[in-house]
Each structure stands twice: as C-alpha cells, then as structure tokens.
Design a protein around this ligand. Structure first.
Ligand SMILES: *Cc1c(COP(=O)(O)O)cnc(C)c1O
Length: 707
C-alpha cells in the first residue's frame, strides 16, 4: 500500500501540477504558511512538513480523495488515447523535437529563467505536452538560480542570490538505456568540462538540464553554470558551448534521436557545429555536406530586434573556443570562425552565434509579424544579393500557455459557457463565439473578486517591502479596490519606457486623483544585474511613487516573477505596454492579461500590431515612428494621456443602474473572443509543427540542403 507521503511524492514528480490549480491547492491546504514560505513548491512542502501535521490536515480537508483523483487524472493525461499530435505531427516519426534554450520558466520555485524568453520556452514545452507533440527541452541547470530583486532604502535594486536545494526540486539524474547516470564532457581551452544531466517531466514531455557540479571539474568549472547570464564574455561563450555541444551530446547518450533541432536565440547555436562534427568524425562525411545536413534539420528562432541583445564574441576568444570543433570538422579554425562573422573576410570581425544559426537553419523566424519584417531588414546583410522581403526569415507569433495563466474563476466560467473540454479546442475561433451569450455582469463579478485579491496581495507586498527598507508603514493602505487599475510589469530597460507617464507629473496627478474617476497604477519589473540604466529607472519610478500626489494610487511590487505576474495579470482592469516601436519583438504579458478579462493598452508594436482590430483593446498612437526618440517619446506620452483621459477612463466609469460598465465589458468580451484563440501556446506550437518542424523533418530525411 502506498502511503500518503508516497502518493504526494508521485504527484510532485511531474510539473503537470504547475498548471493544475486544484493539485497545487492540495499542498497549500496541508500547511499554508509553509507553502508560501517555500515559494509554493509542493516538493519542498513535502520535505519539510511533519507527518503528524500532514495526517491531521489530510482528514480535515479531504486530502486523500483529492490526491487519488489527481493521480488518476495525471495518469490519464500522461497516457492519452488520442492527441492532436498523433494526427498532425506523425511526420516527425515519434522522434522528438529538441527544443534548446538558455532558460526555461516553468514555475517560480525553479528559478532557471530571467524573463520573457524563459517563460516563453516553458509555455512552449507545456503547449507541446498538451498537444501531444513529441518534444524534449534542453537547457542548463543554474544551481544558484537567477537573482531575486530586493530594493534598498534608496530604491536601488539589490540582486540577491537564493540558492535552491536540489532535493526540493522534482529533478532526477537522467539515465542512459542501460540505466547508468548520464555524464557528458565538452572540450574547453586546456581542459574538459564535465556535466551531469538531470531531467524533469513537464506533462508528456521531458526537459533535460546540464549541471556542471561534477566532481571531476575544478571548482571554477563547477561554477561555470552557477548563474544565468552572470559573468563575462568568456563564461558566456563557455556556457553556450556547454548548452549547444553538451546538450547535443547528452541527447545522444540518452538514446534520444531528435527529428528536428529547434534552436532559440544564438545562445544555442553551437549545437549545429557539434552535429556536423559528429558526422565528419564518425562517418567520414564531407564537412560542408555535414554542415548542410545539420542545417536541414534545424529551426532557428530569433527573439529580439535589439542589436545589443545578440552576443558578439571577440574573434580571438571565439577562435580559442572553436578550435576543438574545427579539428573535429576537419576545417581550418578561421573558416569555422567565419561561419559566425558578418564579414568573414575580416579576421577581427566579432563572432555572432546568431549569424551562425541564421546561416545554418532550414527555417528561421521572428516572433511576431512586425518582428519578422524588422528581422529581415536587420539580417539583409547576410544575404546582400537579396531584396529585403526575400531574406529567409519568417515569423511565428508567440502565444501563452492558457492553463498556466488563467484565473481558476474564469476557467470555471469558460467550463460553464464554452464546454467542459474547452481547453482542448481553445485554438479554434468558433469556440469563443459562445462567449457572446455570457452576461457582462457575470464577468464583472468575477473581475471584482480577482481585483480585490490582487489589491490585498499588493498591499501585503508593499507593507513587507517598507518594513525591510526601514520605512514606516503608510497611514492608509494604497490602492482603492474600486478604482480603475492598470498594470505595468516588464523588464526595466529604457526602450520599454516604464517612466513614460511620469514625463508629465501634473497631468498624471490629475488623472489618478480624479474625484469621481480615480486610477491606480501597479508597477513591477526587474533590471538585469549589470544594467545600471535599468536600475536607475526602477529607482526613478519608485521615488516618484513616493510623491504624496501618487502614493495612495500607485505601488511597485518587488521581484517580478511568475507568481507576481500571475497575480497581476489576473487582477488588473487594463494592461499597459508602451515600448519604443519597433523594439518589442512580441511581448506576451498583454496576452496573459487579455485572457483574464483585462483590456490591452499598447503601442502598435510586437503582437499588438497584428492583434488590434479597433475594438478589442486600445492603441496608443497609430504606429508611426519618428527618427528622433525624444520627439517620439513626447508624442507617445501625449497620445497615451489623451487616450486615458478621453476614452479609456470614461468608458470604465460609464455604469448602468446596477453599477456595471456595460460598454467596457462589451470590449472585454470582444478582446477575449478575438485574442484568446490566436495568442496561445497551442496555436503557436501548431504553427511550428506545420511551418517548421514537419518541413525540417522531411528535409532532414531527404538530406536535402536548405534553400
Ligand atoms: C510573461 C512574462 C514576461 C514577458 O512579458 P513581456 O510582455 O514580454 O514583457 C516576463 N516576466 C514574467 C514574470 C512573465 O510572466
């Protein structure tokens, strides 16, 4: 007989629970304080809870029955009778797509992500799992995690390490077909680096993570993958070699033969060289043919139009690190270096992994229609003989994993109105037309509950932050729950303009303090630890919030992560996004807010440029840009103020006799109906299958060179 503890243990071992609120609540109900203290990590609850407490609570809140039900559902999920993938991804021949990425954001308790890229990768794996598309994620285990954000008394971001305990994470040693734990090594200048391989289950798919804490490594090498995006160029190129080369080797030792390699960002590009090297060294293949062959099975996604977002390694550093791969490829190291240089005729030209990947993939894409266009212009220099629209970079717009981000109250409504199995067909537009018959008042009631919960969450956070900063508590808690509430959360970098509204403090004060139509603004966001400009922006926004005119209407929530994000997306009335067009590649936070019944207020950049239809949210400006950024900023700020003052806030406060904002909710319904079916992870993964994975699988099996 399995004990309660053993059953709970089994439940924690598949990250399926990350998108099943009813499973997470089992662990919360065992001990809510403990649950919150350990960042809502079920396995940590299990490791730390006393058996007596567990057994006592189990009888009080009906836990055994809930566990049995969850285990049965998990079992059914992992062994489906049929899936979308079975019918539509058969061309992969049951061989998984290997999804390489430097970060994966699956849950706040597994801090191996920093922001948008990682969360997208996590959502991609979850989407593939739901569709039954065979996939394996490949990444690095940063054993010191990513830093947490704590603001000091002068509102300056401190980056605090919160090392996690592997015993409290659902990771186990990956084993080869003979049952032996897997280790791989990668040649670095003057030595080998060893990595052990850990694996996690994400529903029906697997994620493997390379961990450099191997006894055979020097202490310095054990720390190589300690931190995500920490360290200098040398650490970074070595991390990338570990990920690309070590990742490809790990798959092989595990006996996994991917149908397609999906490389995300340049960080993962070395995988192409490793696969070609293997063919040359082991099968005597011609090096150029081997490179073409590796490229045929490769799909590459670029995730940013910001030039500084693409690594540039000095030629000397790159050459030193490429030497072992070049030897294996039987090519001069200069030639291999040239594969990643914009100008291979200049021996000093920087090595760009993005360039290597763009030149060695069957399909390359940006992450929104606009980003596709911008990327074609940006990379035209790699194909100078082609016209811009002929540059071989397409686009697949990002989407988000609905079960991860949707409030359970709204899930309940969708179950009632769209059908019990609505999540299985959420990428179908006709499903969402059923929303038309829902009474606006019903959505309103739910949003009121979610907003009240958010405001409690923010007030608690603010009180805690003030306490640890040594500031006195506020005399009145900030944020009136009846006021129109706008959320703004993202990485703090100048191009995202988190301080745009503060460019006119008088006008902002009048807006938020309006006697009958008050407005709340909730901010969150982190800066990269090395980004002084970003930290300066965080300080500036926090100083401004302290202004007595703003204090009761604004708040900044520290340490934006998946947990903070989930609370914000679910509770706000509107979501603000005001980047400098066209620098936002896609943006996904607005999608998460929209499916939770918030309206998106955004510059026509990233996904919004293709999603806005005139009535499903709001557009700041008309998509035109000015060459002078300061003029652009002034214009956008003015357009945003006018939109808020004249249109958005009045619409929100336009109420019927029962106090329900009918016209506002009409827009909310339209927003959900027109956006939810498109901007979700199922649709995104389907697009990758149809437009990238299946063509690459065919090309690879024909050994066709890429076009
Ligand atoms: C969705 C998400 C992001 C990315 O959102 P953007 O709109 O691309 O900024 C970043 N961080 C967290 C915690 C998220 O949930």
């Amino acid at each position: 007989m399995e004990t309660l503890r053993q059953k709970l243990e089994r439940l924690t071992q598949n990250l399926w629970w990350t998108w099943r609120p009813e499973v997470r609540s089992i662990f919360r109900d065992l001990d809510i304080d403990l649950y919150n203290r350990v960042h809502r990590n079920p396995l940590a609850v299990l490791r730390q809870i006393e058996t007596r407490q567990m057994e006592k609570r189990a009888t009080e809140v009906d836990i055994p029955a809930r566990i049995d039900r969850a285990l049965r559902q998990l079992d059914e999920y992992v062994h489906p009778v049929t899936t979308w993938g079975l019918f539509h991804a058969g061309g992969l021949g049951s061989r998984p797509v290997a999804y390489f990425c430097a970060e994966f954001g699956l849950h706040e308790s597994l801090p191996i992500y920093s922001g948008g890229l990682g969360i997208l990768a996590g959502d991609h794996l979850k989407g593939a799992s739901n569709l039954g598309v065979p996939m394996v994620g490949v990444g690095l285990l940063y054993h010191q995690g990513y830093v947490s954000q704590v603001l000091d008394g002068s509102h300056w971001q401190q980056d605090v390490l919160e090392p996690f305990d592997l015993k409290e994470l659902p990771l186990r040693l990956a084993r080869d077909p003979q049952g032996e734990p897997v280790r791989v090594s990668v040649e670095m200048p003057g030595r080998l680096i060893w990595a052990r391989v850990l694996e996690a289950c994400v529903g029906r798919v697997k994620l493997i993570l390379l961990d450099t804490r191997d006894a055979q490594n020097s202490e310095a090498d054990q720390a190589l993958a300690a931190r995500l995006y920490g360290g200098d160029q040398r650490i970074r190129i070595q991390q990338e070699l570990l990920l690309g080369v070590g990742g490809a080797r790990a798959l092989r030792v595990l006996g996994i033969t991917p149908s397609v390699y999906h490389l995300n960002e340049g960080h993962t590009a070395f995988a192409v060289l490793e696969r070609a090297r293997r063919r040359v060294q082991e099968d005597g293949q011609d090096p150029h043919a081997a490179l073409r062959e590796a490229a045929a099975a490769t799909v590459f996604t670029t995730h940013t139009p910001v030039d500084a977002g693409h690594d540039r390694f000095p030629a000397d550093l790159a050459e030193e690190h490429l030497r072992p791969l070049a030897e294996g490829l039987k090519l001069p190291v200069r030639e291999v270096l040239g594969l990643g240089q914009l100008d291979p005729s200049n021996p000093q030209d920087a090595f760009m992994p993005t360039v290597l990947a763009l030149r060695h993939s069957l399909r390359a894409n940006g992450v929104s229609a606009l980003h596709g266009t911008v990327s074609r212009a940006m990379w035209n220099r790699l194909w100078p003989e082609r016209k811009e629209h002929e540059v071989p970079v397409g686009h697949i717009t990002n989407g988000v994993h609905v079960p991860t981000w949707l409030a359970s109250e709204l899930n309940q409504l969708y179950v009632e109105r769209l059908g019990v199995n609505w999540m299985e067909s959420l990428a179908r537009p006709d499903l969402w037309t059923r929303l038309e018959s829902v009474d606006a008042a019903e959505i309103w009631e739910i949003k009121q509950v979610l907003k009240a919960r958010l405001i409690r969450f923010v007030r608690d956070h603010v009180a805690e932050t003030r306490a640890h900063q040594g500031l006195s508590p506020l005399d009145t808690p900030p944020l009136d729950p009846d006021a129109f509430t706008i959320g703004f959360a993202r990485r703090f970098v100048p191009y995202k303009r988190p301080d745009l509204l503060f460019s006119d403090p008088e006008r902002l004060a009048a807006l938020v303090n309006h006697p009958s139509r008050p407005v709340n603004l909730i901010f969150a966001g982190r800066a990269h630890p090395a980004d002084q400009l970003g930290k300066g922006l965080i300080q500036r926004v926090n100083q401004l919030i302290e202004d007595p005119r703003f204090r009761s209407h604004m708040a900044f929530v520290e340490n934006y992560n998946i947990h903070v994000g989930r609370n914000l997306y679910q509770g706000v009335d509107a979501w603000l996004n005001n980047p400098q067009r066209p620098l936002e590649a896609c943006g996904t936070s607005g999608m998460k807010a929209a499916m939770n019944g918030a309206l998106h207020i955004s510059i026509l950049d990233g996904w919004w440029a293709e999603a806005y239809d005139g009535q499903n949210g709001f557009a700041i400006g008309n998509g035109e840009t000015h060459g002078d950024f300061s003029i652009q900023d002034r214009r956008d700020a003015d357009a945003l103020f006018r939109l808020l003052e004249e249109e958005i806030v009045p619409l929100y406060y336009d109420r019927d006799a029962a106090g329900v904002p009918r016209a506002w909710l009409q827009r909310v319904k339209r927003s959900i109906r027109t956006l939810a079916w498109r901007f979700n992870a199922d649709r995104m993964v389907m697009d990758y299958v149809n437009h990238c994975y299946l063509p690459a699988a065919v090309a690879a099996s024909c050994q066709m060179p890429p076009a």
